[in-house]
Design a protein around this ligand. Sequence first.
Ligand code: ARG
Length: 457
Amino acid sequence: MKLWGGRFTKETNELVHNFNASLSFDQKFYRQDIEGSIAHVTMLAAVHILTDEERDTIIEGLKGIQTDIENGTLEFTEEHEDIHSFVEAHLIERIGDTGKKLHTGRSRNDQVALDMKLYTRDEVTAVNQLLKELLNELHTIMKENIETYMPGFTHLQKAQPVTLAHHIGAYFEMFKRDRGRLHDIYERLNYSPLGAGALAGTTYPLDREQTASLLGFYGPTFNSMDSVSDRDYLIEFLSALSTIMMHLSRFCEEIIVWNTNEYRFVEIDDSYSTGSSIMPQKKNPDIAELIRGKTGRVYGALISILTTMKGLPLAYNKDMQEDKEFTFDAIDTVKGCVSLFTGMIKTMKFRKDVMETSAKNGFTNATDAADYLVNHGVPFRDAHGIVGQLVLFCIDKNIALDDMSLEEFQAISPVFQEDIYEAISMKTCVDKRMTIGAPGPEAMQKVIELNEKYLNE
Ligand code: ARG
């Protein structure tokens, strides 16, 4: 059934119908569509456009439709153009002429704007919750690894020693910011477009405050043309989702590298790994790779909607129907990726001994050796040169700085004394980095306490 047949003398071409239709994907927000309609008729009765009986009949009809969709007795059949037509047609079929009053003072333009916002609002909250679960997991790993030494890298070259808690803490900050972005998006999007009509409001005395409040919005939007043509909140959400994926992807990249035979910093659990059909020895980090790969797909959704919106004149244009499929896909993708990622790191084994050995063998304490000399009166530039010689010596002998004998140290500079070993131990190197944000245990402990508070908020 069509909502708009009156003015037409011919049937729609079948290909046109199919090309134009959106039911195959906008059925995803049938629940929000019905919720919006219930708020709409509740308000229509309150302002005496509908009688209370009409309101009740319509609401009962709408609830019946929802129940039947959910128990599988009502199927989405393709003669309906979109979810709005589908629900209205079935309502009329069920309750007769009263059903024809549902759409009083409303357009599909404000209706779809509302549905999409309601849907997005729920998903913003859902993603936020999944990120919180991920942060809880990272927090646990951090608490357990304040003294797990590992090399910190620049240029993927070993640089200075850090701890696993500190490295994981970097990702904690990223996902915390992601949640902040989701919070901001929620605050900005939570205004109701319902009542904006097709573009210019309506001549009915609608109470937009009432529908806004019934639907949990902070209030109504302020411009009816903007209300039906605003998709900023989707762009913001997809941008936040893209950033989440970028963070996950970077983390996955590190895990893939750490999981190699060459690094062996971590071992991904069997339950989160896959094998090879030909090479029996293989255990592949497919999940991490797929998450990294799916990042491109989420970026694609963002670019797609930005491009769709860029040339649109006010107010509603059918182009905007293209806001849905990629957005839904991006949301589902991110939710899947965050959950899987959380499961993967929860079960992943960190090889603490390998990490510590790697930090020692990579001269990550070279800066600290130079600082030792500086503390004994050697100018930094000279100290830098002396430690450079130590490193050359060690490379030649294939040993770590800590493995040199005191005689060997002193042969290069007589300033070195017995306490050099203590000064360049992993523990000292990390312990001394105690400014806030640094890997030293005191600094780390403070941050972990703050994180704990944040997670309990
Ligand atoms: N399916 C449409 C969409 O997603 C609903 C709005 C239709 N409005 C219209 N004027 N054709 O955008």
